[in-house]
Design a protein around this ligand. Structure first.
Ligand code: OAD
Length: 247
């Protein structure tokens, strides 16, 4: 296994997508054919949709909030948390997922580039109220709270289509530092995450993909390990840390 070859100078960047949570029971976007109640996700997950029909957008995210409260991390999440413990500052985890399964499995530093389903924030881009934890399911327009500071509607703390993902500066910096990149369960379709591996390759990082199907950006991977994350990652990580690095 190539990860076995990590040297003390190596820095590992891990990117996870919906596939890492599939075995926990959260459907991938591809798995649901990108559809919800007949709408394409790209029609619901936009600032324009929220401006036109905030209750519809909240119904979509409220269903997901409720679902997220019933799921547990799977062996892939635990394996990734083990990597963080073993590599410390030489490890960076970026996820496209809005669930908290990495944290539930013990990951301490997780960059959620697409936001977090269990948080909300003010929908006014100019408002300085920070995002806050929120597990409420809103279904009607009347139920949607307003920002205490500016009065705008509260929205899910999610990066919608047409918006810039969170913490991009840090992510790009870490991609520049990485010598190894591991991508797990991401179709390689949605930008900018789909281009991370290309960026890392430009800096001569070694790149590995784990998932049951080849991703759309396959050409930028040195290796594709085909299989389910929950079945592949524990052994992959065991191979890596068995050198005695694991605390
Ligand atoms: P996708 O749903 O596009 O792709 C999921 C990938 O996971 C597919 O390539 C599957 O082959 C793979 N997969 C399925 N089961 C798996 C398993 N058990 N182990 C490993 N891999 C498995 O999800 P993403 O690529 O994450 O954005 O999608 C990226 C973004 O598109 C999402 O973050 C979301 C969506 O629009 C926002 O919400 C902003």
């Amino acid at each position: 296994m190539t990860l076995n070859g990590l040297s003390p100078d190596d820095r590992l960047f891990v990117l996870t997508g919906a596939g890492v949570s599939a075995e926990s029971g959260l459907p991938t976007f591809r798995g649901m054919n990108g559809l919800w109640r007949g709408y394409r996700v790209e029609e619901v997950a936009t600032p324009e949709a929220f401006a036109a029909e905030p209750e519809l957008v909240w119904q979509f995210y409220s269903e997901r909030r409720q679902r997220h409260q019933t799921v547990e991390p799977n062996p892939a999440h635990f394996a990734i948390a083990r990597l963080e413990r073993a590599l410390g500052g030489r490890f960076f985890l970026c996820t496209q997922n809005v669930d908290s399964l990495h944290e539930q499995a013990g990951s301490r530093r997780v960059v959620h580039m697409h936001g977090r389903i269990m948080q909300s924030r003010c929908s006014n881009p100019g408002c300085t109220t920070p995002p806050f934890d929120d597990a409420t399911a809103y279904r009607t327009r009347e139920e949607i709270p307003r920002c205490r500071r500016c009065g705008a509607l509260v929205r899910p703390h999610i990066c919608w289509f047409g918006e810039v993902p969170f913490e991009m500066e840090l992510i790009i910096h870490q991609l520049g530092e990485a010598t190894q990149v591991l991508v797990v369960g991401s179709s390689g379709v949605v930008e900018p995450a789909a281009s991370f591996v290309r960026l890392a390759r430009r800096n001569r990082a070694h790149t590995i993909y784990v998932g049951p199907e080849e991703p759309a950006n396959r050409t930028f991977f040195d290796e594709v390990l085909q299989g389910k994350a929950g079945e592949m990652l524990p052994q992959l990580v065991q191979d890596l840390v068995s050198g005695g690095n694991d605390p």
